[in-house]
Design a protein around this ligand. Structure first.
Ligand code: SF4
Ligand code: SF4
Length: 331
């Protein structure tokens, strides 16, 4: 069944970058170290910050991110603490290198999903984006996690450099016994912003021609698929997730964003000071969320206007959805 997943209004979602360090140098890496520094949070701080969000609403979910979160020697402790605090869903996003023997320090009961990233269906394409040896290492990690009984999901960030291999993914996902497939659109942040978005961003035609059919094929294999809506249809209502959802994108320097498209700029709405969540001074991303423009998402127009298109009278030909709005096809 396909449905548009509107923002979860009764759940708090914590996207927790516990460090920014990574062993890889992916071409499209979205982590902007000039903005977010190089630090790694001590376990006591991770636990204190988890506590800030665990009771904000009835349900709290956390995704541990980096950099590469398994480079943190105490990730397993953080995961177990999150479970004890009552986080409903706990995910680790990894590039597959699985440092510090993480799969031996956790059990499948501790963590809901280990989520792997591949950006190509072949070694050639994936490694040209993520670096030599990444494909094989990631596939090995997926098998290892599977053998140990962990639920695995896979993230494929689609760009002009790998869209030609997306149609090869269903077969691979089935072979790897992946339970959830997440298609992401390339965000013009971090390295992608520096490289220039020309060769990376997809046109509306490319997106509509390839992504929904691939998602349908994957779902027919019994694998749940989630992908961003990106382009709103005429009758779709535009909503800004920054105003209606309870999402927190936390960085180890204490910045807390409500919108991932803002992460390249010091406009975070909140920050953590002395283990307390506080609001930041205006102007910040909250002020941008209030703006209503005919193109839909304000931040999209500001940071990645290449995906907009206008008619002869200067009106936008379509609106861009909030990047947090997803389509989901479930079994
Ligand atoms: S995209 Fe992820 S795996 Fe790649 S360099 Fe950035 S943090 Fe590391
Ligand atoms: S992506 Fe756009 S619509 Fe979504 S939270 Fe950010 S500014 Fe709002």
């Amino acid at each position: 069944m396909k449905k548009t997943v509107s923002f979860t209004k009764n759940a708090t979602n914590v996207f927790f970058h516990i460090l920014t360090k990574c062993n890889l140098k992916c071409q499209h890496c979205y982590i902007n170290r000039k903005q977010h520094g190089e630090n790694s949070l001590p376990i006591e701080t991770i636990e204190a910050w988890l506590k800030l969000f665990s009771n904000k609403s009835d349900i709290a979910n956390v995704i541990f991110l980096g950099g590469e979160p398994t480079l943190h020697p105490e990730l397993s402790t953080a995961v177990k603490t999150a479970r004890k605090m009552g986080y409903k869903s706990i995910t680790i996003d990894t590039n597959g290198y699985l440092f510090h023997d993480i799969l031996s320090k956790l059990t499948p009961d501790d963590v809901d999903f280990i989520s792997f990233s591949l950006d190509g269906a072949t070694k050639e394409t994936n490694d040209s984006i993520r670096g030599d040896g990444c494909f094989e290492t990631c596939v090995k990690g997926i098998h290892e996690a599977k053998e140990k009984g962990f639920n695995t999901s896979l993230i494929y960030t689609v760009s002009g450099k790998n869209i030609h291999e997306l149609e090869m993914m269903p077969q691979l996902l089935e072979k790897f016994q992946i339970k959830e497939f997440f298609i992401q659109v390339i965000g013009i942040r971090g390295n992608s912003a520096e490289e220039g978005s020309g060769s990376l961003q997809l046109s509306r035609e490319q997106w509509q021609k390839i992504i929904p059919p691939v998602a349908q094929t994957v779902s027919k294999l019994g694998i749940n698929v989630t992908y961003p809506k990106v382009f709103l249809e005429e009758n779709d209502v535009f909503e800004c997730g920054g105003l209606v959802a309870d999402n927190y994108f936390i960085f180890p320097n204490g910045r807390v964003y409500r919108c991932p498209l803002c992460e390249d700029f010091p406009i975070h709405a909140n920050c953590i000071k002395n283990d307390t969540l506080v609001e930041t001074a205006k102007l910040n991303e909250d002020d941008f969320f209030q703006l209503s423009i005919p193109e839909g998402c304000v931040m999209n127009k500001m940071v990645q206007p290449e995906n907009l298109s206008y008619n002869k009278t200067g009106q936008p030909e379509y609106r861009i959805a909030c990047c947090l709005l997803k389509e989901r096809i479930e079994k």
